[in-house]
Design a protein around this ligand. Sequence first.
Ligand code: PEP
Ligand code: MN
Length: 336
Amino acid sequence: MIIILKDDALPAQIDEIKSALTARGLQIKGIQGESKHILGLVGDTSGLSEDALARYDYIERVTRISDPYKLSGRHFHPQDSVVDMGLGAKIGGGNFAVMAGPCSIESEEQILSVAKDVKRSGATALRGGAFKPRSSPYSFQGLGLDGLELLKIAREKTGLPIVTEIMSEEYLSVFARDVDVIQIGARNMQNFALLRAVGELGKTVLLKRGLSNTIEELLQAADYLLAAGKSRVILCERGIRTFETATRNTLDISAVPVLKKKSHLPVVVDPSHGTGVWDLVYPMALASVAAGADGLIIEVHNQPECALCDGQQSITPALFDKLMRRIEKVREAVRE
Ligand code: PEP
Ligand code: MN
């Protein structure tokens, strides 16, 4: 952190701030320019607030140099993390993973049919919501614990690890026991109590970017999950809210290389929620792969026109199969 003092800062004021900072265990390297006095702070400044320092009327500006996310950042962990997704599946460090399945688990026939289809096409994991974050309280809310049981049957029959969203702390122990990858949805990305509690479980977590959150905020949320030193995190770009109305969200594909640069964690893209339009899923999935994503999460439904949730953005198993073959070609081209 660097503190630039105002030109008219008095020697007594400079001494005051210096002793306040050394009392916090920081070392200070001072630079006296022609008119400016600059203080360079060495040590752990994570507990220092820029805003609080800016209240001193003789401080002109405070600039933080290190990133405000230490655990998810690359600084202390330069190599890519390889994350275990359960049942032998891995993502990151060259392991590519595709999570596919319906938005919501609707019935045993539906989840088994989609699970078998996506498995045959080469999916790595099965997604399916049991607890759904719906904007309207009158919309289908998911089958809850019954849905989770159906998802477990589908795992049993296909050998695919399961990815599903947790909405409240009430079900922490059930998710810890039954779920391979716990999803934190966009709407809960900054539910800090939930993040801390899930972080204590020692599970793999798929953390989705919030609807209006910056990349920095996403990485700070990942640090909440990693704080207990027990859990593993996969980051997910799923589109952000902009003025554009042609798509449900604006898929920020540039977030992929930005996140890869800043963080060692695997990055996946959700082109289903990212666009909200089924025939945009295929091109945007390929674009995500070309941009360097470590994986994808895609909504697939055996009868999208009858889906209880997000049918407009769900692709059929046939299109998913075509996409999977195309993804392989794009990955080869990117590797060349
Ligand atoms: C989902 O994956 O079904 C979902 C609700 O996603 P998001 O949290 O990104 O909206
Ligand atoms: Mn959905």
